[in-house]
Design a protein around this ligand. Structure first.
Ligand code: ATP
Ligand code: MG
Length: 434
């Protein structure tokens, strides 16, 4: 097909007074007297197009009168600067061709719909301005993450999705039929990442993880995208440094490149530019003390839940680390602190404004006997982890890593109420359609 001009290019101001052809979907329309105002969307942006009776052929003007929302079209016209138009530019059409006339009654037309209706019509709702913006910010986030990781010597690595043993505990494992036997969907790349650092050094992945989360919350999906990093010759402090530098780069890059989308979502880009390393660090023990002082009952040894994290986030105006979680609150591969073995060399990064945990990570066990102890302590079968244990026989090094929840981070950056809007087609305990 002949190429058309993208709306984003027009909105950048480079096409003023030029003749252009755009292709897109009719986002909405209003008419007054001899003029139709179309808002057209092409995936790169939306622009107003005016179709005036005295500037187009009669059949074109009549077609414009009858056109339905979401019809696809090609419009030719001249670009004008106009402060009244959304985005500051409009196209004064001289011709229009309808490519597909949409059926009447687009289900998610501009009126109030409840969340269930919108989830049932997600395949159409992702066309909304709000979802477009979120999905662009999400893409921008991953682009920035890759940029930073690639520039800093990390190699992208892919671990399998179908696996034979759990790494984050059996309670959230999805089982799938695997020919005559059973397999699981991966909860994290963790165990494979530890094998791969001996091959590639510093590595990262961006891939889906699966967890059968049985409680309904605003921050759990059953399929989420996981940005994971693993680094040889790295300790707890080293991995926190990497996390804060990476996240700062992502936030600053979004503030610069996605400012318009962020503002429309209610996030001031300046908020993100203010975030710089170092991020505050508190220990789990300090967190428990803070909670107790606030009158929140919380027992030492448990993992922090949403209520506790929300409370803690009120005390910080930027992301902060909670370190040294009890071994009972962390998966078996976390390294116990040699100075105080009841806690681990672990760190979660919590986002402010009530959002809470966005990353979990820390130092891993490098000693074979410590690993065997932790496997038994968690009632796991060492036979299932033979290859993983082997890694401690051949060239073991201190190493650390973390996993960042992409949707959790998008939800915070875009100020979303619910994690489901941070992904196009959310998978939740009660939803796998569409
Ligand atoms: P939580 O305690 O909040 O359930 P977790 O401690 O089980 O999370 P980790 O195993 O540390 O999570 O996973 C690393 C990151 O992956 C988390 O910090 C979070 O951002 C993200 N994550 C974990 N589980 C989910 C989920 N079900 N849906 C969305 N993101 C998730
Ligand atoms: Mg965690």
């Amino acid at each position: 097909m002949e190429s058309a001009t993208s709306i984003s290019e027009i909105l950048s101001g480079k096409k003023v007074n030029e003749d252009v052809t755009i292709r897109g979907w009719l986002h909405n329309k209003r008419s007054s007297g001899g003029i139709h105002f179309f808002i057209v969307r092409d995936g790169t942006g939306v622009i107003q197009c005016t179709i005036k009776k005295d500037r187009v052929a009669e059949d074109v003007f009549d077609a414009a009168k009858k056109i339905t929302q979401e019809s696809t079209m090609e419009i030719r016209g001249v670009v004008k600067e106009d402060q009244r138009a959304p985005g500051g530019y409009e196209i004064q059409a001289c011709d229009m061709k309808i490519l597909h006339l949409a059926e009447e009654g687009f289900p998610v037309a501009k009126k109030y719909h409840g969340p269930d209706f919108l989830l049932d019509h997600r395949h159409l709702w992702i066309r909304s301005q709000k979802m477009q913006r979120i999905l662009r910010v999400r893409a921008g986030m991953l682009r920035a993450a890759r940029e930073w990781l690639d520039q800093n010597g990390f190699t992208e690595f892919h671990a399998p999705t179908l696996i034979s043993a759990a790494c984050e505990g059996g309670a959230t494992l999805f089982t799938v039929k695997y020919f005559d036997g059973e397999a699981y969907l991966t909860q994290s790349w963790q165990l494979y990442a530890e094998a791969a650092i001996a091959s590639l050094g510093k590595i990262y992945t961006i891939a889906p993880s699966f967890r059968a989360e049985k409680s309904k919350t605003r921050r759990h999906l059953t399929e989420f995208w996981h940005l994971e990093v693993e680094v040889p010759w790295c300790d707890l402090e080293g991995i926190m440094k990497i996390e804060e530098d990476l996240l700062t780069y992502i936030l600053h890059s979004l503030a610069e490149r996605s400012a318009r989308d962020l503002e429309a979502l209610g996030r001031q880009p300046g908020d993100l530019l203010k975030i710089n390393p170092p991020f505050p660090r508190i220990t789990y023990d300090e967190a428990v003390e803070m909670l107790n002082r606030d009158g929140v009952k919380f027992e030492w040894g448990n993992d922090l839940g949403w209520i506790e994290e929300k409370r803690l986030t009120l005390k910080f105006d930027k992301p902060f680390f909670v370190t040294h979680y009890p071994r009972s609150a962390k998966a078996f591969y976390h390294k116990p602190d040699p100075r105080r073995p009841e806690v681990t060399l672990s760190a979660d990064l919590l986002a402010p404004e009530g959002y809470g945990e966005i990353t979990g990570g820390g130092q891993r066990i490098e000693n074979i006997n410590d690993l065997l102890d932790r496997i038994r302590e968690n009632n796991l079968n060492p036979e299932d982890y033979k290859w993983y244990i082997d890694l401690r026989r051949y060239g073991s090094v201190p190493h650390a890593g973390f996993g960042l929840g992409v949707e959790r981070t998008v939800a915070w950056v875009c100020k979303l109420n619910h994690i489901r809007d941070a992904i196009a087609f959310p998978r939740l305990i009660n939803r796998i359609y569409p």
